[in-house]
Design a protein around this ligand. Structure first.
Ligand code: ATP
Ligand code: MG
Length: 484
């Protein structure tokens, strides 16, 4: 189960999903955290600057009115207005989060606080210095609380600058637990949700993968039953038009090819045994008859001569079979040399002239050309073709051998005016031991053309036949283009 494709696919997808979801959650979490902090910071700055601006205005008023009123009265008046402003600002937008504001003097001593002064965060020295230098600053400060968890504050501190430097320090602050609470909730949800989603998707994935791969399991069941004895078994292709269907079709096609070659191999062995059995039976019969009673030397000689004939037949079949087997196993070594085709074919025609002459058949060779190949093998190829032409031609007819070129490729055509080959037999004549029924009366084993084809194949040449019963046959051999 853990090694199954189904499991592995599901595992990979689940892993990919887990990584993607984690990354996504991290991005969401971070952007939320940033935007929440930014919101708080903006709010704090807005509130504090509002108060600072107001203070600034009053400081300027104070400077103008300082001549008319006593200093203490002016200060008190200013503070009264500041306090009013503070309240106003706090009440400004009831929908916004609560923020506390306080005003300190340049030593950091608190003068006014909108909330509980005891719960205000400490003012860091660095921030105080910044304020004295006229700069605003943000701080995050953790304040311990007796008997409770420490509270984290975010604050914005900004100075109000008067005629003689920083006069007041305004600070807006707020505990950060709202933000932290929201972020913690999101964190918990993500930690729980991501594994759950991954698990759920994995379970669904496993189910769908099983449905998708069911045809493979069915195929495996059938394949297990296929042996040499029942090669005719075929897979039932799934109704879908997917890769699995393609695989099943390919597998069936392969089975068909295997079955074909298996059957033809079997037929070949049958045919070979049969062809060898006939001369053996004759041989055995003649020997038995000869041994039945004493014979004259002349009779023994006749028996031996007949025996020799049958032995020669058998040895010729075995020789042909060996040749074919050696071509099949690519054991035949070709001696490739440029050959003069005219010379080669004249030679072959001459060797058959005796047999042909007996039936008054004339062989003419014309044209010229050269091809690269093994002299002995090619001469055997053309002898087999010419032998057929002579064997299957009527007395007194003519056999024409032409050497020509076809698209730059050297070629040879052997045309006879013989019986021709029926269309039904044409696709089979290059198969071993195949003989058209009409040829059964003449001698032969049906091995001449298969050998010719093996030789042509080994040379990269093609053999083609054109034949019509009654009007003769034309066999052509087309060689590959000679190397430039
Ligand atoms: N030129 C031809 N004219 C008519 N039929 C032919 C011709 N050449 C081949 N055939 C047919 O093709 C069959 C196969 O030819 P192939 O040369 O393989 O065998 P064969 O001539 O019968 O026997 P072998 O060549 O082994 O002596 C022949 O039996 C014959 O029926
Ligand atoms: Mg032949």
């Amino acid at each position: 189960m853990f090694k199954s494709v189904r499991f592995r696919i599901t595992l990979w997808y689940a892993a990919a999903l887990a990584v993607t979801l984690t990354l996504f959650s991290w991005l969401v979490y971070n952007s939320l955290a940033t935007s929440l902090t930014e919101n708080t910071d903006q709010l704090l700055a807005y509130r504090a600057e509002g108060v600072a601006d107001a203070l600034q205005t009053y400081l300027e008023t104070e400077r103008i009115e300082v001549g008319r009123h006593s200093r203490a009265a002016a200060k008190q008046k200013a503070f009264y207005k500041i306090a009013k402003d503070l309240v106003q600002l706090q009440a400004d937008d009831p929908r916004q989060a609560a923020v506390d504001l306080r005003i300190m003097d340049p030593t950091g001593k608190e003068l006014i606080n909108s909330g509980n002064a005891d719960l205000a965060p400490d003012l860091p020295d660095r921030t105080l210095n910044d304020a004295l230098n006229g700069n605003a600053a943000y701080d995050t400060i953790v304040m311990p609380r007796s008997g409770a968890a420490p509270v984290t504050y975010r604050s914005y501190t900004t100075p109000t600058v008067g005629s003689s430097g920083t006069a007041y320090i305004v600070q807006a602050y707020r505990p950060t637990y709202h933000t932290q609470f929201a972020l913690r909730n999101l964190r918990y949800m993500m930690v729980a949700l991501v594994p759950f989603i991954v698990f759920l998707t994995g379970a669904f994935g496993m189910f769908f993968a099983r449905v998708a791969l069911r045809p493979v399991a069915d195929m495996a069941k059938t394949i297990r039953q296929i042996t040499a004895a029942n090669l005719s078994l075929r897979l039932a292709p799934p109704r879908t038009k997917d890769e699995i269907r393609e695989l099943a079709d390919l597998f069936n096609a392969m089975l068909s090819r295997l079955e074909d070659s298996f059957l033809s191999e079997r037929r070949f062995i049958q045919d070979a045994s049969h062809e060898l059995k006939t001369p053996l039976t004759i041989l055995k019969g003649e020997l038995e008859v000869a041994l039945k009673k004493p014979r004259s030397p002349a009779e023994y000689e006749e028996t031996l001569r007949s025996n020799l004939e049958e032995t020669e037949k058998m040895s010729s079949i075995v020789g042909d079979l060996l040749t074919l087997a050696r071509f099949d196993n690519r054991e035949v070594r070709l001696e490739r040399k440029p050959l003069d085709l005219l010379e080669l074919l004249r030679d072959a025609a001459e060797r058959l002239a005796g047999v042909a002459g007996k039936s008054g058949i004339r062989i003419t060779v014309s044209g010229s050309g050269s091809a690269e190949g093994d002299h002995a093998q090619l001469s055997r190829l053309f002898l087999n073709l010419l032998d057929n032409a002579v064997k299957y031609s009527p007395e007194g007819s003519e056999i024409v051998v032409e050497i020509y070129t076809e698209g730059g490729r050297p070629a040879v055509r052997i045309t006879d005016k013989g019986a021709g080959i029926p269309a039904d037999d044409l696709p089979h004549i290059f198969k071993r031991f195949y003989r058209a029924d009409s040829s059964r009366s003449s001698a032969g084993f049906g091995l001449g053309l298969p050998i010719a084809k093996s030789i042509a194949d080994a040379h990269g040449a093609q053999i083609r036949v054109k034949s019509a019963p009654g009007s003769g046959s034309a066999f052509s051999v087309v060689f590959p283009k000679p190397a430039a």
